[in-house]
Design a protein around this ligand. Structure first.
Ligand SMILES: [Zn+2]
Length: 202
């Protein structure tokens, strides 16, 4: 077996060494880099309907880490609103192995903070089994579908719920490494999200 390159991913192929004048009467398995295998393995660029796996670190303005992938890449479906718009824009056109930094303004991130989205509700409006705690996320049913709300304060019977994303109004500093880019499967496109590693399991 001849290995032309140690880079992954690789496609095992078998070819006739005689035809290629390399040996007599033997077949040989050669591992080819995807990039060598003609159109089939040409590097895929990030564009709408590609599945992108990224490693990322998200910091706030002060450099404090807010979130990170911690060795387990996040897989998302590009162009379907799975991640904030500013990050989609920053990743557009990149391919596996690329690294980038992006500073994203709130309007391209989780939106501006709106006081109108902060509401006081009575504990009795929540289901009995639920013990409201700060940081908990709820889903409010609306005609446009479920809307996430976060509990920001619990005081006796009074519970403050906030429809602003916890990162609304904040600039987001992303450092991203693109791990993998592939075309999405039909089923992933119809569901609007990624299946398998780093995505939905169902
Ligand atoms: Zn699905």
């Amino acid at each position: 077996m001849v290995s032309l390159s140690s880079r992954t991913p690789r496609i095992p192929i078998v070819f006739d060494l005689v035809t290629h004048g390399l040996a007599d009467g033997r077949w040989c398995e050669v591992l080819l880099d995807e990039g060598w295998a003609g159109g089939h393995g040409a590097p895929v660029k990030i564009a709408a309907d590609t599945v992108v796996s990224i490693e990322y670190t998200l910091r706030d303005e002060a450099g404090e880490v807010l979130d990170q992938s911690k060795g387990e890449p996040l897989a998302y479906l590009h162009g379907h609103g799975n991640i904030v718009p500013g990050l989609e824009k920053a990743l557009e056109g990149l391919q596996a192995g690329a690294e980038t930094k992006a500073l994203i303004a709130p309007e391209d991130g989780y939106g501006e903070h709106s006081d109108k989205k902060v509401m006081q509700i009575n504990r009795s409006q929540l289901s009995d089994e639920m013990e409201p705690q700060v940081g908990m996320m709820l889903h409010a049913e609306t005609p446009e579908g479920p809307v996430p709300l976060w509990i920001t304060k619990v005081e006796g019977q009074e519970v403050t719920v906030d429809g602003n994303h916890p990162l609304a109004g904040k600039p987001l500093a992303f450092e991203v490494k693109v791990v993998e880019v592939r075309a999405a499967a039909e089923e992933e496109l119809s569901h609007g999200h990624v299946h398998g590693a780093g995505g939905h399991a169902h």
